[in-house]
Design a protein around this ligand. Structure first.
Ligand code: MCN
Ligand code: MOS
Length: 761
């Protein structure tokens, strides 16, 4: 890939505040469920109250007589649906389709849909639906005595290895083995799931829903209802967070569309908060056994990672944890295995850094344990095993400034003042603990598409169906186009999140920034070239220069580089050459791809076309995290006092926004380490803490001083403009750094997250 320098480089790299920020905080942002369509009615889901078995009878008599009720759908009369093979079975999207049969797979499964003239009427009536079940055997969770781990041969991202780990372990001078467990965790976007769906008379479907991938949702609706993709429009300009749960469409939006079709009216289905928890979007509970073997001087010889994770009755969802272990250290012998446990749950899905977050927690905790065994500083142990190239593929790193991250983080934190012994630092009745951990996140790429329009007034519009789920896509794409054309940032307007706009892949695996800045840069350059071709060739142009390269555009003004004529604004030139617009669409498909292929509806499906970003180099973002905790000796309460994260994410398009991504990730890591866990009532295999009062996440008062440092440099193997992945790396390693700090404070190693006070007593 080639290094690209923009015409003036004025906006990319600047700390510009979010372009959508004011609209969001003043209530002007258009969230999906805030629409009000003429004739719209409301749907509410009735959930199963048993975890397994079948529906014997649904009695709708009482519900039907309730005020405002228009229709109640059940498996007996709901529309038959087709499956959606868009993503590999179980990889992130459930295969379950609601109201298709009488079988119960989990407690909370949608089993009826009440449609009424208001949300309150529908809710009231939903409470009157009476169901008789023939209950079956359930497996509550991974710890259920009847749970049976099963093998998943060829599981993606988890199995495999290198060398002879068992053999090397036997000969290792120092060994350590531990099992780390993590509970089910919910993604917790602030904006709940839901949708408004409306069908047109000619069979077209429009869905307003919050989505990390509008194109993917469009594909799902087209499959489910067996209608052409062109007939579906998904609109999602603003998303109140997703963290993985909005990667694909789920039963809520599907049921809204199904009801709208039955009713021949627009239907709104707003999922109440508790049904978000019991519907989808959980990281599964996981058990990771780590076995390390090292020489007496701390060189890793063997690493064995055995992962067992929950999945649903229907799907083989794999949350593999070994991805980080495979690339972090130069260990010659490594074995990774994966088992699944089928539990009576909906299919788990992604939560920020699926695999990496829990994998780094286990790996970096185990490294900390090994460091104590070897009486080595944890950073020193990591440096002795520093991987100079990718130990997995033997490819060179594109960039790996992890050493710099350790150094910068340690310096900012004051790591050299740490006394290594556990329980050796205190402040009155508070034990002080200092811990650290590292992390990695792969850099991937799916092609994307963009449209750039230069209008008669000189303003520029950038359009893509790609989303801004809160990270800053609106802002960085305006920065990109402003630089590539040479106009002020304020002159660029960005439209996103609507499938009537050019196609884009999923905002998952933190790839949107890199691939859409690349697509927008390429498209804007093409638009610039068209504008300058007019400047050099049109009879109305005031310029004598004859080549596109002879011009400069700066601050929205075009002039011949040699100064032979006065500059004119983009608007003036458009008028002089008699154009009311210049419109250009480009994609970043590989050049050798036939246009018949790029035109096909699936051409931007991340689950088909996502690749590591470079064929020749191993490309990852890296981090080192440092944490101070204070543990109350009497009560066992843990408070995080300071966090420092040093990140190598390549070039930053907007440091202000990247830093807030990192901080958000680190805070999520705090939740993972100390607070978050889904609790199951074993008798009914039902989630009990299905709300944000009982499912505890960090709030402002919990969040300490967080310092983040960028040690990256532009990496053109990673992306066209030199950036690496940002959105998920912040969570990777954070929980381990906290757990390690808790051990340093207390001398007690808790290997079961979250680390709550009772586990420390
Ligand atoms: N960025 C940058 N320089 C780079 C790369 C990114 O400045 N080299 C900044 C940009 O402001 C960009 C943001 O970081 O908008 C995130 O970019 P990227 O890493 O490409 O991530 P995506 O846009 O693909 O977003 C998805 C990612 C994922 S997968 C999860 S999960 C997650 C995350 O983003 N969910 C989030 N961050 C989130 N942030 C918010 N507020 N809400 C969520 O739901
Ligand atoms: Mo992010 S969990 O890949 O949506």
């Amino acid at each position: 890939m080639m290094a690209v320098t923009s015409s003036n480089g004025a906006f990319l790299g600047r700390r510009i505040s979010r372009a959508d920020g004011v609209a969001k905080v003043t209530g002007k942002a258009d969230y999906a469920l805030e629409h009000d369509l003429a004739g719209m009615v409301h749907a509410v889901i009735v959930e199963s109250t048993v975890p397994s078995g079948r529906i014997e009878k649904i009695d709708l008599a009482a519900a039907r007589t309730m005020p405002g009720v228009l229709r109640i759908l059940t498996h007996a009369d709901a529309l038959p649906l087709k499956s959606c093979p868009m993503v590999p079975a179980g990889s992130v999207m459930e295969s379950f389709l609601p109201l298709q049969d009488d079988r119960i797979r989990y407690n909370g499964q949608p089993i009826a849909l009440v449609v009424a003239d208001s949300f309150d009427h529908a809710t009231e009536a939903a409470g009157r639906v009476r169901v008789a079940y023939e209950t079956g055997l359930a497996v509550a969770d991974i710890d259920d005595p009847t749970a049976r781990p099963i093998d998943v041969p060829g599981a993606p991202s988890s199995g495999g290895g290198r060398g002879d780990a068992k053999g090397a372990l036997a000969g290792a001078a120092v060994q350590m083995e531990a099992v780390y467990t993590t509970p089910r965790e919910y993604s917790c976007p602030m904006e709940p799931l839901g949708a408004i769906a409306a069908w047109s008379n000619d069979g077209g479907l429009t869905v307003w829903m919050p989505s990390q991938w509008a194109e993917g949702a469009r594909r799902a609706f087209s499959d489910w209802f067996a209608i052409p993709m062109e007939k579906v429009r998904v609109i999602s300009p603003f998303v109140g967070g997703g963290f993985g749960v909005k990667v694909t469409a789920h039963a809520d939006s599907l049921l809204a569309a199904m009801a709208a079709r039955e009713m021949r009216r627009p239907v709104k289905l707003a999922l109440p908060r508790p049904q978000n928890f019991t519907g989808n979007g959980l990281r599964p509970a996981i058990r990771q056994k780590l076995t390390l073997g090292a020489s007496a001087d701390g060189k890793l010889l063997a690493l064995i990672h055995e992962n067992t994770s929950e999945t649903s009755v229907d799907d083989d969802y794999v949350e593999g944890g070994a991805a980080t272990a495979k690339v972090m250290y130069i260990v010659p012998n490594l074995s990774a295995t994966q088992k699944l446990v089928r539990v009576s749950s909906f299919t788990p899905s992604w939560k920020r850094a699926p695999g990496e977050a829990i994998g780094a927690y286990a790996l970096e905790s185990a490294m900390d344990e090994l460091a104590y065994k070897l009486k080595l500083d944890p950073i020193e142990l990591r440096l002795r095993n520093y991987a100079g190239q990718d130990p997995e593929s033997a490819k060179p790193w594109s960039t790996r400034r992890l050493r710099e991250a350790y150094e910068a983080g340690a310096r900012a934190f004051g790591w050299e003042r740490r006394s290594p012994e556990p329980r050796s630092m205190r402040d009155g009745h508070e034990l002080i603990g200092w811990g650290m951990a590292g992390g990695a996140f792969p850099n991937v790429h799916t092609p994307g598409e963009a449209k750039v329009t230069i209008a008669a007034d000189g303003s520029v519009e950038v359009a893509s169906s790609g989303p801004d789920i809160g990270g800053g896509t609106y802002t960085i794409l305006a920065q990109t186009a402003a630089d590539a054309l040479g106009v002020p940032f304020e002159q660029v307007r960005v439209r996103l999140g609507d499938t009537s706009l050019p196609r884009a892949p999923v905002a998952g695996v933190s790839q949107i920034a890199n691939l859409l800045t690349g697509a927008v840069d390429k498209t804007t350059r093409a638009a610039r070239e068209e504008l300058l071709t007019l400047a050099s060739s049109h009879a109305g142009s005031p310029f004598k220069a004859k080549r596109v390269n002879d011009f400069t555009i700066k601050d929205g003004k075009i002039a011949p580089t040699d100064g032979s004529a006065e500059a004119v604004t983009v608007a003036e030139l458009m008028r002089m050459v008699g154009r009311d617009r210049i419109e250009v669409t480009r994609n970043t498909m590989p050049a050798d791809k036939a246009s018949s292929e790029t035109e096909q509806r699936d051409a931007y499906n991340s689950f088909k076309y996502m690749r590591p970003s470079s064929p020749s180099h191993a490309t990852y973002a890296w981090c080192a995290q440092f944490v101070e905790v204070r543990v109350d000796e009497d009560y066992g309460t843990v408070r995080v006092r300071r966090m420092v994260g040093a990140f190598d994410c390549g070039r930053l398009y907007n440091p202000k926004l990247a830093e807030s991504q990192w901080k958000g990730g680190m805070i999520m890591g705090m939740g993972e380490a100390l607070l978050e866990a889904i609790h199951i009532d074993r008798r009914y295999a039902r989630i009990t803490n299905n709300n944000l009062a009982d499912y505890v996440v960090p709030v402002n008062a919990d969040v300490p001083d967080i310092e983040v440092i960028s040690v990256g440099e532009p990496d053109f193997h990673a992306s066209a403009l030199g950036g690496k992945t940002v959105g998920e790396i912040g969570v990777v390693g954070a929980a381990a750094a906290i757990a390690n700090a808790v051990f340093h404070a207390t001398g007690k190693r808790v290997r079961d997250l979250p680390i709550t006070m009772e586990k420390l007593m």
